[in-house]
Design a protein around this ligand. Sequence first.
Ligand SMILES: Nc1ncnc2c1ncn2[C@@H]1O[C@H](COP(=O)(O)OP(=O)(O)OP(=O)(O)O)[C@@H](O)[C@H]1O
Length: 275
Amino acid sequence: MLDTRFNGQLREQSTQSGRADLNQPKLEVREICKSYSNRGKELVVLEKINFQLDPREFVCLVGVSGCGKSTLLNIVAGLTTPSAGQVLVDGQAVTGRPGSDRGMVFQGYTLYPWLTVSQNIAFGLQLRKMSKAEQRERVAYYLNVVGLTQFAKAYPKQLSGGMKQRVAIARALANEPEVLLMDEPFGALDAQTKEQMQQFLLELWEQTHTTVLMITHDVEEAIFLSQRIYVMSSHPGRLQLEIPVNLPANRHLEIKLSSEFVEIKRQILHALRGE
Ligand SMILES: Nc1ncnc2c1ncn2[C@@H]1O[C@H](COP(=O)(O)OP(=O)(O)OP(=O)(O)O)[C@@H](O)[C@H]1O
């Protein structure tokens, strides 16, 4: 059984850097459009996507398969170039690949199999030429945060799926990103491990208050985790509906059975079915 309690002491600097200004959006997506040309025909995948995340918000994007969720998240991450529009973090336009401002966690287990858990977490820190002493301190801290201190020297093949995703989350958080981007991070897990990871992620977010943008096609996961949900429509991908999730901050899995939760689920499923 996964221990979902948060194990770490909060780092003094937290995951928000000195650039954070609570009055300005942490993330702004402005007029994003994306088209691909397919055998001479234009395929419009995203049309005029606009939204903002406040500092410390947890927001989910949900939508049917193929509506453009991954394309949108990859544009925010800087892995895909938009046809038009801009992405801003702390008011500054972002360009290029994920770096210290945007950390990314993918669905598949994207750990380096030839590196230990510690070395995987340290990977981005090494690239940034952080001193060895600081790397050790950060890695120890985030290993503790995700409850894997005793697996520091293990290799990915020795870990369960849930543990691998905790390492991937630790690796992203170790860079102390301004925004954590998650693409179906628990999509490959069995139902029980998935629910344990949802509780774990929520507790982690409550402690670190990292700004999170996550995509999922699991409606219950989106409601359980987020403060706001955007429902996307497809062909072309647009933001169809914005739903605030006014559930208590301190959530446990049983909340999925509450009437408030079921009502939000009904609204989202209704919007998705109206597609
Ligand atoms: N490189 C590409 N070239 C052409 N079309 C693409 C490319 N990448 C994505 N698409 C198309 O863009 C659309 C959106 O794809 P995307 O993967 O973003 O959807 P999604 O909502 O994340 O789907 P899923 O939930 O199944 O992962 C699809 O129709 C896909 O075929």
